[in-house]
Design a protein around this ligand. Structure first.
Ligand SMILES: [Zn+2]
Ligand SMILES: [Zn+2]
Length: 134
């Protein structure tokens, strides 16, 4: 009794794999490409930061995974926060409590009319001494 084992039909797994391969090669390959691109390259943000320690203002590119505070590029202290500017008196200050619900107000005139600083101001107002050591 010779029983010929001839599997004429494919197993369900092989069929599924084939369908997936066809789908990948076909229409959805661009979608997968985009997905891989998003995963591999996280979105970057550029914020203007101000050091709460030395008052240095600088631009910092970072990803959403990185949390405040950042390290100051001038003094090396980890006290750099997002810089805000008061529209009433022009005072630039670091927002030291990012993410909190409390209202941001100017530390100089206590006005709530503040907005994130969008550029690094030119270095000409260095007359203000911020109680530096040395
Ligand atoms: Zn600093
Ligand atoms: Zn103010």
């Amino acid at each position: 009794m010779v029983q010929e084992r001839q599997e004429t039909k494919l197993s369900p797994y092989t069929g599924l794999a084939l369908v997936l391969i066809i789908l990948m090669i076909g229409g959805s390959s661009y979608g997968i490409y985009r997905l891989v691109k998003i995963i591999r390259k996280p979105a970057k943000y550029t914020d203007i930061l101000m050091c709460d320690h030395c008052g240095h203002i600088f631009e910092k590119e970072h990803t959403a995974e990185e949390r405040y505070p950042f390290t100051c590029e001038k003094c090396g202290e980890k006290q750099a926060y997002m810089a805000f500017i008061c529209t009433k008196c022009g005072r630039i200050f670091p927002h030291v409590h990012p993410g909190s619900d409390e209202r941001i107000e100017c530390p100089n005139c206590f006005s709530p009319d503040v907005k994130p600083l969008l550029y690094v101001p030119p270095k000409e107002t260095e007359t203000e001494s911020m109680s530096e050591q040395g």
